[in-house]
Every structure is written in C-alpha cells, then in structure tokens.
Design a protein around this ligand. Structure first.
Ligand code: AMP
Length: 281
C-alpha cells in the first residue's frame, strides 16, 4: 500500500489507473478508523480494482468551538486497517496541501440542504464537507466514492452536489455498523466516559423504537417523533440536538413517513455530539 501526500501524486496515480482501464474507488475519512470505515473500504475493494482511502481532518467542516484540535489522530493504526481491508493508497494531505491559500478559500455550497439537520446545528459544516469532497473528487476522479449511511444528511448533500456539478463519480452508501448493543460506531465514541457510553445508547434505542413502529404500520410523523422524544425523556442527561423525519433527498420535513424516508437524531452526551438514523426499508 502506497502513502500519498500530494494532490499531484494522487492525480498521477488516478490517471495511470484509468489508463489501465481500472475502476477506482475512494473512501473519504477523517481517520481514527474503526469497523464502520473498514466496511466502506471492504465494499470499495469488492467493487473496484484500485482503492484509495483519504485521511484528512478537514478544518473547514469544524465550527470554532468544536473538536478539531482534539479530534483523534491515529495514523499508523489507520494505515494497518486500510491495508488489511484492501486499500491500495492512503491519501494523507496536509492542511496546506488541500488549502494552499489557507482555509478561507474557494468553497462549494449546496444551498438549502446545507442548512438542514446537522447543517442547521453546525453552520458551515456542510460547506466544508462539500468543498473538501469536491477537491478529492477533482483530484482522484474516482468511479465510486463510498460513504456511510451513518452520516445520512451528508450523503444527501453530496448526492445533490455531484448531480449539480455533473460529476462522474457514483456515490455509494453503506449500512451503519454498530456495536453489539446497538451504539453506532463513531470516531467520537472514544470521548465517552463509561457512564456516557451507557447514556449514548438512547440514540440507537430511539431509532429502533421508531423503526419498529414504522414496521408495525405507523406512518404519522408526529407520532413517530413523539415516540422518539419519549425514549429521550427517560435519559435526561442526553440533550437532544434534533429529532427529524425528512425526505432523504431534500432533507425537508414530511408529515407522513414512507419507504426511503429518513428518521435522524443528533444529541449531546456530555460534550460529545452523536448522531444516528434509519432509512425506512
Ligand atoms: P468520518 O471519518 O467520521 O468522516 O467518516 C468517514 C466515513 O465513514 C463517512 O462516510 C461515514 O459516514 C462513515 N462512517 C462513520 N461511522 C460509520 C459507521 N458506524 N458505519 C458505517 N459507516 C460509517
């Protein structure tokens, strides 16, 4: 497995692979890789001849009081996981490499969607995500880019972005990987104390309750959302950021749930913000 640090080298690798008629898969990450990331890399290796994993803690998607500086950075362990799961390249640029004129740069905006769900709670977050993913797509020109359903709103933003920019990259979405007790894997789970780790299960409990209510035939948004709120009320230490039932493509609230609708939650457990969701099957 090759470690690449510059956009020029990534572009050269991609062009060579395309000249050889190979399909390229890209898995964008912020590192601190866990089994969720591993599942994306595995899926990429199964579908593509060449796989690149990018590891970049992107400053433009963090708010001024968020955890950019303390975000876990575990490069050696990340490389071992990427290689084990079948990656051919790890792309690990510096901030200066991706933002040569500093983080006040040319941005990619996805109006409307960018202000919903996590974008509402974290102003500027999706602008940072869309910008950095555009840079990766322009440099690597992947045939497929793989993302986790865990960040379902991010997927909606990036799908709209690739459609609007007429990019050739196909966005592939992989299922949420969970701990045996239901907690969605997240690089931020390491911030949780043992007590908070137990409280964090409120998110997956709410998701499961809403999922089973939908399965039993309930479609009314107000009822589904009330049920989720009830689950959260049993754990007052967990602060709801949002609970939402939306159209997955537009992220707009809906009155009636249907197949493919997104139910999503975000909540603070102590100072750690966690998210979870279900797309109704
Ligand atoms: P991050 O490093 O948190 O930016 O995540 C990189 C990619 O991994 C994103 O597409 C995430 O949606 C995905 N991801 C994170 N956690 C999980 C999980 N528990 N299951 C599946 N994919 C995940």
């Amino acid at each position: 497995m090759q470690v690449i640090r510059t956009v020029a080298e990534l572009r050269a690798w991609s062009r060579q692979a395309h000249r050889e008629g190979k399909l390229l898969g890209l898995v964008p990450t912020m590192g601190a890789l866990h089994a969720g990331h591993a599942s994306l890399i595995r899926a990429a290796a199964a579908a593509c001849h060449q796989v690149a994993v990018s590891i970049f803690v992107n400053p433009t998607q963090f708010g001024p009081h968020e955890d950019f500086s303390r975000y876990p950075r575990t490069f050696d362990a990340d490389c071992a996981i990427a290689e084990r799961e079948g990656a051919h390249v790890v792309f690990v640029p510096s901030v200066e490499e991706l933002y040569p004129h500093g983080p006040i740069s040319t941005f990619v905006e996805v109006p409307g969607l960018s202000d919903r769900l996590d974008g509402h709670s974290r102003p500027g977050h999706f602008r940072g995500v869309a910008t950095v993913v555009s840079k990766l797509f322009i440099a690597a020109e992947p045939d497929q880019a793989l993302f986790g359903q865990k960040d379902a709103a991010q997927v909606a933003v990036l799908r709209r972005m690739t459609a609007d920019l007429r990019l050739a990259t196909e966005i592939v979405v992989c299922p949420i990987v969970r701990e045996p007790d239901g907690l969605a894997l997240s690089s931020r789970n390491i911030y949780l104390s043992p007590t908070e780790r137990a409280q964090a299960l409120t998110l997956s409990r709410a998701v499961r309750r809403v999922e089973s209510l939908f399965a039993s035939g309930e479609r009314r948004s107000d009822h589904l959302l009330a049920t989720a709120r009830e689950v959260f009320s049993s754990e007052p230490a967990v602060q709801i950021d949002y609970i939402a039932l939306v159209d997955w493509a537009t992220l707009e609230p809906i009155d009636e749930a249907k197949q493919g609708s997104l139910f999503a939650v975000a909540a603070y457990v102590g100072s750690t913000r966690l998210i979870d969701n279900v797309i109704f099957p």
